[in-house]
Design a protein around this ligand. Structure first.
Ligand code: UDP
Length: 503
């Protein structure tokens, strides 16, 4: 598989310090390393520690992957000690400081690159790390952007930026249809990226504008999707930007159970074994897995409605409550309700972090109540699990429309407006327990609609697995990317030889 030339290549991967960027980029590192090249993942010391085991597994398989920690100046910018990942941020103020601290990694990175051997051949970084483009320019190597959203989202955002159609409307609830796409996709103003970001702050909007502008400077765009999943949108987006490579679903790089378990946060061994034993005891495709990602902050009132909805649905469930959503109020409510005792044998709560891909790939799981983060969406697709969509903010509404209207493998709970993720208690209740119960029953029941959703989900999962196998579309796109880098290196060498000859 590996040519002698590719063995000389050294790719630097730099993810934004967030679960939804580090997890897919470390998986992508594995897919690249399978082609024989050296891959270094640059991140902060605490994140390097968190993701160490992923690299350890790769090393066992003789893949040349290393994690290089770089100082993260959290205290210099006033962040609390240990705050090195977006999942630990508690306010919008800290969010701005976090971006400032990440920009301050530029100088140490440049110093590091000077000493790296073999010399880096390219930088692949996720889109918010704009400053990595300057580093690439300085060392005259190409930078590729790794996108953690779908082509559908990228293309719809492009259309909205171009037409500014949303500016014709006043209210967040005003709705319109996205022009120039083959599907009828209706958005409300408040669900568009502009709408949900403005809700967070004006500063966030200016960060997003800068990120969009920096796209044109990159050599190419790598997208964690696969061509067969969204062919029209991939083709359309390829006409917008040069060199688009669909390289996913990257989570399928993991074959062994231990590889699926280790992903950034440690769920305790007890959680794994309890959870797996429990799933083993359930009927095939009977369990609802409810998880809202690594960043979402949901109000206590909404948490209660989700809990009550799960209980009244009569299906077995695993409900993940991340630490920040586990408020004193939620804890007290669970205790007062005697919740866990009541659902014993039928429902399980995991506090903190769950081995998501491991759970989704278990044959007992039949539905995924999801916040529609793109990684979660793609993981649900790859595992063939129908989805119950509960978007909260950012591009999650785009993913919901993609799942429900285009792929037709899910049903919406009915969230109409995005939340302000920094002030969750103000958001109150977006959907009540009856809405939650109703949609869980729908894709899970034996009716025709549920049957068709399950059939399509299964077909897509089958399709997704083929793409990363040898000669699959994503596998071939990774090869094209490597060839692109090699060609640039050859061109550079040729230019240097010509200069030498003329001297
Ligand atoms: N994740 C996980 N366990 C959890 C919560 C999340 O493994 O308990 C992983 C999930 O599998 C996905 C990532 O964290 O890979 C979350 O990314 P996504 O884009 O879905 O959402 P975000 O966290 O950015 O909202």
């Amino acid at each position: 598989m590996a040519s002698s030339l590719s063995k000389q290549l050294h790719f630097l991967l730099i993810p934004l310090m967030s679960q939804s960027h580090i997890i897919p980029l470390t998986y992508f590192a594995k897919l690249l390393a399978l082609h024989g090249l050296t891959v270094s993942i640059i991140t902060t010391p605490l994140n390097a520690q968190r993701y160490k085991s992923i690299v350890t597994h790769a090393l066992i398989s003789n893949l040349k992957i290393q994690l290089i920690p770089l100082h993260f100046p959290s205290q210099e910018v006033g962040l609390p000690q240990g705050c090195e990942n977006l999942d630990t941020l508690t306010s919008l103020e800290l969010f701005k400081d976090f971006f400032l601290a990440s920009e301050m990694m530029q100088e140490p990175l440049e110093k590091l690159i000077q000493g790296l051997k073999p010399k880096p051949s390219c930088i692949i970084s996720t889109s918010p790390l704009i400053w990595t483009q300057e580093v690439a320019n300085k060392f005259k190597i190409p930078r590729y952007i790794f996108q953690t959203v779908s082509c559908f989202t990228l293309y719809c955002s492009h259309i909205l930026n171009l037409t500014k159609i949303q500016d014709n409307f006043v209210l967040d609830s005003d709705s319109f249809v996205i022009p120039n796409v083959p599907h009828k996709i209706e958005f409300t103003k408040g669900q568009t990226l502009n709408g949900t970001i403005k809700k967070q702050s004006q500063d966030m909007q200016s960060i997003i504008d800068k990120i969009n502008q920096s796209q044109d400077l990159a050599r190419g765009i790598l997208i964690n999707t696969f061509e067969e999943l969204e062919p029209w949108y991939v083709d359309a987006y390829k006409k917008v930007l040069n060199k688009v490579f669909c390289v996913g679903p990257v989570s399928l790089c993991n074959k062994e159970m231990v590889e699926m378990v280790d992903r950034g946060n440690k769920a305790s061994i007890d959680v794994h074994s309890n959870c797996l034993n429990w799933l083993d005891s359930m009927k095939p495709k009977s369990v609802i897995y409810a998880c809202f990602g690594s960043l979402s902050r949901i109000s206590s009132l909404q948490m209660k409605e989700i809990g009550l909805g799960l209980v009244s649905s009569n299906f077995p469930f695993i409900w993940i409550i991340r630490e920040l959503n586990f408020t004193l109020e939620v804890e007290k409510w669970l205790r007062d309700e005697n919740f866990e005792e009541k659902v014993k044998g039928r429902g399980m709560i995991i506090r903190g972090w769950a081995p998501q891909v491991l759970i989704l790939s278990h044959p007992s799981v039949g539905g995924f109540l999801t916040h529609c983060g793109w990684n979660s969406t793609l993981e649900g697709i790859s595992c063939g699990v129908p989805m119950i969509t509960f978007p909260l903010f950012a591009e999650q509404f785009y993913n919901e429309k993609f799942i429900v209207n285009i792929l037709k493998i899910g049903i919406r709970v009915g969230v109409e407006v995005s939340i302000n993720s920094w002030n969750e208690e103000k958001n109150g209740v977006l959907v009540n327990m009856y809405q939650v119960k109703k949609v869980i029953d729908q894709p899970m029941d034996k009716g025709l609609e549920g049957e068709e959703i399950r059939k399509r989900a299964k077909e897509l999962a089958h399709m997704s697995k083929k793409t990363i196998q040898e000669e699959g579309s994503s596998y071939l796109n990774i090869k094209l990317l490597i060839e692109d880098v090699m060609q640039l290196l050859k061109d550079k060498e040729g230019e240097a030889n010509n200069v030498a000859k003329t001297m």
